[in-house]
Design a protein around this ligand. Structure first.
Ligand code: FES
Length: 64
C-alpha cells in the first residue's frame, strides 16, 4: 500500500527501513523522504512506523 504519494513510499519500505535500523521518524524521513513534501502522509507513516517498531522489538524479545 502506498503511504506517501509524493515520493512513492510504501508500507513495506517503511517496515524495511525500521528493520534496517531507522529508530525514529526523523531517521525514517532522512532515509526514505516520507512526509518531506506535502506532509499528508505523516499520520499514516507514523502509525506504520510505530507498528514496525513494536514488531521489531517483539522479534528481539523472542530471541533473548
Ligand atoms: S504524501 Fe507524503 S509528503 Fe506528500
Amino acid at each position: 500500500m502506498y503511504v506517501c504519494l509524493c515520493h512513492g513510499i510504501t508500507d513495506k519500505q517503511i517496515r524495511k527501513a525500521v528493520q534496517g535500523g531507522c529508530g525514529s521518524m526523523c531517521d525514517l524521513r532522512c532515509k526514505t523522504s516520507v512526509g518531506n513534501q506535502c506532509g499528508k502522509c505523516n499520520k499514516t507513516a507514523k502509525k506504520i512506523f510505530q507498528q514496525a517498531i513494536e514488531q521489531d522489538t517483539s522479534v528481539i524479545a523472542t530471541f533473548k
